[in-house]
Design a protein around this ligand. Structure first.
Ligand code: ATP
Ligand code: MG
Length: 352
């Protein structure tokens, strides 16, 4: 193999790599606001389960958050500990999951520099999620270079931790594809598999809509039910939800498809059979919007209450939050440095 040509620098061989192979999980969130119910069903719930069986790293992606907030960095910096408190509140346990901060792991930025030589600008412009985000963020002709290239930095994040399983919402599928293209290119250059391909893990709700049903629930669009929403916030959000505009009288037959209240009932109500009964009753006619909204509200109140209470406790101990993220980031820098070394080696840049 080509590594034998550089035997003093090659600490890594295919063999040792395979031996240390284990399915690893990498995910993350941009600290551009507090986390919301879309995160909860789209990704957080899975992470809480997976931490029991897998090595898992979760990245608070502050550098990625800056890619569309360069003019407003305060928004990102002030939300780092908010997102961390959200993780802890839903049950992500720092003794089982490594939680780290992207900007505190310089190896990630270095990897991004190397990978950016393997991706064309045209390829970045074709990325459907980036395209869609560019359109909604009204950058005009001033698209930040960092924004266009954030899928590359996401590839660095995933590969730096040998991530093979990535729990995400469906907007992230193009990023996984981009990552695997980079992995294959780099492995070709290295003439061996120094990086692993990854696959997405979609939840049963890969895209929770906003309460008006118009788009995905998203921090940047301000259409969220936050994980620490007050009773009143929840009640107001449910009352404002989009239902079936043609369902005017209680006795009218109603549509369940595209009806946000039912989408949420399916996502958050654990009694599947009960939701099915409600659906057929609504379709037949005789079930009012007020009634289904009340059922949903009770359900959401029950989901959010314990999260809100736990979050309040964690958020009140800032020193503890900082300790958690510092420890996680240190561990991550060590892991990511090993991958960076392999990548530098593939480019022949490990002279000393
Ligand atoms: P922003 O608007 O700043 O991009 P966001 O609300 O889209 O914020 P991200 O931090 O970009 O949140 O996404 C983190 C993870 O949560 C990703 O895996 C994403 O797919 C998932 N996610 C975000 N919103 C939803 C949603 N509405 N439904 C399901 N998954 C979601
Ligand atoms: Mg997003």
């Amino acid at each position: 193999s080509n590594t034998s040509n550089h035997s003093n620098t090659a600490f890594f061989t295919k063999n040792t790599f395979q031996e240390s192979y284990q399915e690893k999980i990498l995910t993350g969130d941009r600290p551009t606001g507090q986390l919301h119910l879309g995160h909860f069903v789209g990704s957080l719930q899975q992470r809480v389960v997976l931490q029991e069986s897998h090595q898992q790293t979760i990245l608070i992606a502050d550098l990625q958050g800056l890619t569309d907030n360069g003019h407003n960095p305060h928004k990102v910096s002030t939300n780092i500990l908010n997102v961390l408190a959200d993780y802890l509140a839903v049950g992500i346990d720092p003794s089982k999951t490594t939680i780290s901060l992207q900007s505190a792991i310089p190896a990630l930025s270095e990897l991004t520099m190397y990978y950016s030589n393997l991706v064309s600008v045209a390829r970045l412009q074709r990325n459907p999620t980036v395209k869609n985000e560019i359109a909604t963020k009204s950058f005009g002709l001033s698209i930040p270079a960092g924004f266009l290239t954030y899928p590359i930095s996401q590839a660095a994040d995933i590969t730096a931790f040998n991530g093979t399983l990535v729990p995400v919402g469906d907007d992230q599928l193009p990023m996984i594809e981009q990552t695997n293209e980079i992995v294959r290119k780099l492995n070709r250059i290295a003439k061996e598999d120094i990086l692993l391909e990854c696959r997405p893990l979609l939840s049963h709700v890969p895209r929770l809509p906003s309460t008006d049903g118009k788009s995905k629930m998203s921090k940047s669009l301000g259409n969220c039910i936050l994980l620490d929403a007050s009773e009143k916030d929840i009640s107001q959000a449910v009352k404002s939800m989009y239902t079936d505009p043609n369902h005017l009288k209680v006795d009218d037959p109603g549509r369940v498809e595209g009806n946000v209240v039912f989408t949420y009932l399916e996502a958050f109500c654990s009694d599947v059979a009960y939701v099915e009964t409600l659906k057929s009753q609504y379709r037949r006619g005789g079930l009012g919007d007020g009634a289904i909204k009340k059922i949903l509200e009770d359900c959401l109140q029950e989901v959010i209450k314990p999260i809100r209470e736990r979050r309040h406790l964690f958020a009140s101990d800032k020193a503890q939050l900082i300790d958690i993220i510092r420890e996680g980031s240190d561990k991550s820098q060590t892991e990511a440095s090993a991958v960076l070394h392999r990548v530098k080696h593939a480019f022949g840049l490990t002279l000393f």
